[in-house]
Design a protein around this ligand. Sequence first.
Ligand code: AMP
Ligand code: GLY
Length: 426
Amino acid sequence: MKILVIGSGGREHALAYFLSRSSAVDRLYWTPGNAATEQIAENPGIPVDDFEVLLKFAKKEDINLTVVGPELPLVEGLTDYFEENGLLVFGPKAEAAMIEGSKIFAKKLMEEASIPTAKYESFLNFEEASRYIDKIDPPIVVKADGLAAGKGVTICYSREEAKQTLHNYFIEKIFGESGTRVVIEEYLSGEEATVLALCDGEVILPMISSQDHKPVFDNDKGPNTGGMGAIAPAPVVTDSVMMKVMDRIMYPLLNKLKTKGITYRGVIYAGLMIADGEPYVVEFNCRFGDPEAEVVLPLLKSDLAELLLSTSLGELSGADLAWEDGYACDVVIASGGYPGKYEKGKVIEGIEKVERNPDSYVFHAGTKKVDNKVVTSGGRVLNIVGKGKTLKEAIDKAYKNVSLVQFENMHYRKDIGFRGLKHLNN
Ligand code: AMP
Ligand code: GLY
């Protein structure tokens, strides 16, 4: 079959890489891609938001399946547009993608389905939201309703800070219209983890768990980022936690969507807070996690192309998800200054040394080719992955690989997987 992958980050590189190794895939396109694209796919160079040109290309090339990496095109209806024109997409239609596109929609759904999550109220204006702040105790979590490039959540440790945050969202409109509808919710403590599940509208198949590391510095210090590294599986997600995630979260979510007449086809991302073995939903996303995909997919033994196709066709029933034993660890290398201001265009050395190592991968994020050299072009630059029989082995392999790569002012966390190791050592 012919597959088109849409997106340009590490998640899309991981998807395209494992699709390129499938015997079911005859031809692979990946757009707009990054410096890694030409190694494994053809790049038509079409931006993610140019639906018309994407459709024209997919029609002309007889693409059998379009795999969408990021949330924005899904929330904006790329799947609907392609399907109306007779093309198959991996990724939910706009009304199903609302589980990520609107926090108010997601919270209502969870409330109606009795899915464990933080208590919340939603607000459409500054005054009512501020009055509510006076009635509750910090820490207070303020969330913009719509997409905000992963930056729409503020954890406020005083009422003043919460009111200032509301001012920034409603009055200053720092997130545009996304922030003029707001969810205020209770603060959950515990350990975060991710569970991804393939869903074809009827059948839902969990993948192995994973754990992102969002803050920029070691020991979870500093501002949040898109993710500085990940491990899979996550030891905090024991078999018992996974069963609860399916019984209390995934099945009720699917059933509630169905009763509303919404068919969900794609991957469901459940961002969880796990407290004393009890999972609560922090957020749902309508796509693979980044960097979670970079550690989950390397452990998948089943054919990725067949699975994504079955999901999109509504034919997951009877499909088998087989996993390697062992673990994967991804260390993200970022540009100096990220998540604040950073410079671009730094020449990257050593990638090929990692690629030659067994059980090792480099998934590019913010990279591009200039004069046949790979240079930095974003905040998160590379995902350096190692696999191992134990979590410790996977982490050691990842960091050994990191030591082979070099660019000016690069930085990375030195403690990816520390929580996982604590569980296994106790
Ligand atoms: P989100 O954009 O919903 O993933 O939120 C970003 C991050 O904010 C999450 O990964 C959590 O670390 C944190 N967060 C969100 N909601 C809560 C909550 N109710 N309690 C504690 N932390 C939260
Ligand atoms: N790793 C966080 C996300 O993909 O939303």
